[in-house]
Design a protein around this ligand. Structure first.
Ligand code: SF4
Length: 154
């Protein structure tokens, strides 16, 4: 089990990264290289800053707000760290969204990644494809990306 996670940033309260006002944890590192990506500074696998997972959890808890989103970068590239975060927060009753450039099918085929799914409420999957960009879409940038309600429908 990983004790640390490499992050690009964190945002206390965001209204554009999932349903409602949410805490956002931005993972560092992405391999998908989507054309037109809005967060290219998160791509470098060695960039950002390394944090103790316990410190990240304590920062999230200190906000006393039980809606959290993990984005990036791609959180599933640090699947063990993502698992440690989402499993701890789910036990405490948090509502958890995760954004990823992988598809749900790809995640299901990876033994490390798939473990996270039981602790995630909503997964927004797939790479951003600029040719399929649609500004009218809720919670995602291009029409290939799907919102998977893994626990309950809204
Ligand atoms: S998955 Fe997200 S962070 Fe990664 S390249 Fe695509 S849009 Fe950018």
């Amino acid at each position: 089990m990983s004790n640390t996670v490499r992050l690009a940033d964190r945002t206390a309260f965001s209204s554009v990264d999932g349903a409602g006002l949410r805490t956002v944890i931005w993972f560092q590192g992405c391999v998908h290289r989507c054309k037109g990506c809005h967060n290219p500074s998160t791509h470098d696998l060695h960039g950002g800053e390394q944090f103790e997972i316990s410190a990240v959890l304590n920062w999230i808890r200190s906000l006393h707000w039980k809606k959290v989103t993990f984005s990036g970068g791609d959180p599933f590239l640090q699947a063990e760290a993502l698992y440690a975060l989402v499993s701890a927060l789910k036990q405490e009753g948090y509502d958890i969204w995760v954004y990823t450039g992988y598809t749900l099918d790809q995640i299901k085929k990876d033994s490390n990644m798939v473990k996270c799914l039981n602790h995630i409420d909503v997964l927004v999957d797939g790479p951003y494809i600029s040719e399929l960009k649609n500004p009218n879409l809720k919670f995602r940038g291009s029409s290939n990306q799907k919102i998977h309600y893994l626990t309950k429908m809204p």
